[in-house]
Design a protein around this ligand. Structure first.
Ligand SMILES: Nc1nc2c(ncn2[C@@H]2O[C@H](COP(=O)(O)OP(=O)(O)O)[C@@H](O)[C@H]2O)c(=O)[nH]1
Ligand SMILES: Nc1ncnc2c1ncn2[C@@H]1O[C@H](COP(=O)(O)OP(=O)(O)O)[C@@H](O)[C@H]1O
Length: 210
C-alpha cells in the first residue's frame, strides 16, 4: 500500500461534564492504533475506578505549581476549583513520531492550544441530546456526590456557550453513531493536504514516470 508520510494532528474533544467525552475517547483509542491519549495532570482526587497514570496523573497543588512554573505544561486551566494541565513532552514526542494525540480538555485549554498549534489542531465539541439526559448521565455515572452533580449541571450552560469555537459539533445521543462520526472526522482530517508532508515527493516521482 502506498503510504504517504503525514504530520500528526491534535484531536481535542470538549463537552459539558457528563456528555460522554470519556466514553467516546475510550472507544476511539480502542479502535484506532495511531492515536495516543494525552494524560493530563490534575489536582482533583481520583474517582472510584480511576487509575493514576492512565486516566490522569493525580498530583498535589505544589507539584502542579512546579510543572507550570518550569514551562512543562502545554496548557492548563482551573475547572470546578481544581487545576488541570497537559504535560508537554509526551505530546511533542508523539507528534515527532507521526502519531496523533487525543485531548480531553476544556475550552480554556483548547483556546491555548489554538494560540500556538492552530495548524495541527482539530476541535470537536460534544453535546448531550437534552438537559434531562445530561442530568441522568451525571447521576447514572454514580461517581460524584449530589452537590458535585449540581455544580457540574450549573456549569454546563457556560461550557456549552463555547461551541462556536470548535470545528465540529457532535450530538452524543446514540453512542455508536457519535463514535462513527468522530472516526469519520479523523479519517478526513488525516487526508488534509497540508498534513501530508510526503505528497510533493510522491507527485514528483509519479509525474517523472509519465
Ligand atoms: N484545560 C484543561 N482541561 C482539562 C484537562 N484535563 C481535563 N480537563 C477538563 O476538565 C474538566 C473536568 O474533568 P473531570 O474532572 O475529569 O470531569 P469529567 O470531564 O466530567 O469526567 C473537563 O471539562 C475536562 O475536559 C487539561 O489538561 N487541561
Ligand atoms: N450516548 C450515550 N448514551 C447513554 N449513556 C451515555 C452515552 N454516552 C455516555 N454515556 C454515559 O454517560 C455517563 C457520562 O459519560 P462520560 O463519558 O463519563 O462523560 P464526560 O467524560 O463527558 O464527563 C457515563 O455513565 C456514560 O456511560
Amino acid at each position: 500500500m502506498t503510504d504517504i508520510p503525514r504530520r500528526g494532528l491534535l484531536l481535542v474533544m470538549s463537552s459539558p461534564s457528563g456528555a460522554g467525552k470519556t466514553t467516546l475517547s475510550r472507544r476511539l483509542l480502542a479502535s484506532d492504533s495511531n492515536i495516543t491519549m494525552s494524560v493530563s495532570v490534575t489536582t482533583r482526587a481520583p474517582r472510584p475506578g480511576e487509575v493514576d497514570g492512565k486516566d490522569y496523573h493525580f498530583i498535589s497543588h505544589e507539584e502542579f505549581g512546579r510543572l507550570r512554573d518550569r514551562g512543562d505544561l502545554l496548557e492548563y486551566a482551573e475547572v470546578f476549583g481544581n487545576f488541570y494541565g497537559t504535560p508537554k513532552r509526551p505530546v511533542v514526542e508523539a507528534l515527532q513520531a507521526g502519531r496523533d494525540v487525543l485531548f480531553d480538555i476544556d475550552w480554556q485549554g483548547t483556546q491555548q492550544l489554538g494560540a500556538t498549534m492552530e495548524e495541527d489542531l482539530v476541535r470537536i465539541f460534544i453535546l448531550p441530546p437534552s438537559a434531562e439526559e445530561l442530568r441522568d448521565r451525571l447521576i447514572g455515572r454514580a461517581q460524584d456526590s449530589a452537590s458535585t452533580v449540581a455544580k457540574r449541571m450549573a456549569k454546563a450552560a457556560d461550557e456549552i456557550s463555547h461551541w462556536p469555537e470548535y470545528d465540529y459539533v457532535i450530538v452524543n445521543e446514540d453512542i455508536d453513531l457519535a463514535n462513527a462520526e468522530i472516526e469519520a472526522i479523523l479519517r478526513a482530517e488525516r487526508l488534509k493536504r497540508r498534513r501530508r508532508v510526503g505528497l510533493s515527493e510522491f507527485v514528483r516521482r509519479l509525474t517523472k514516470g509519465l
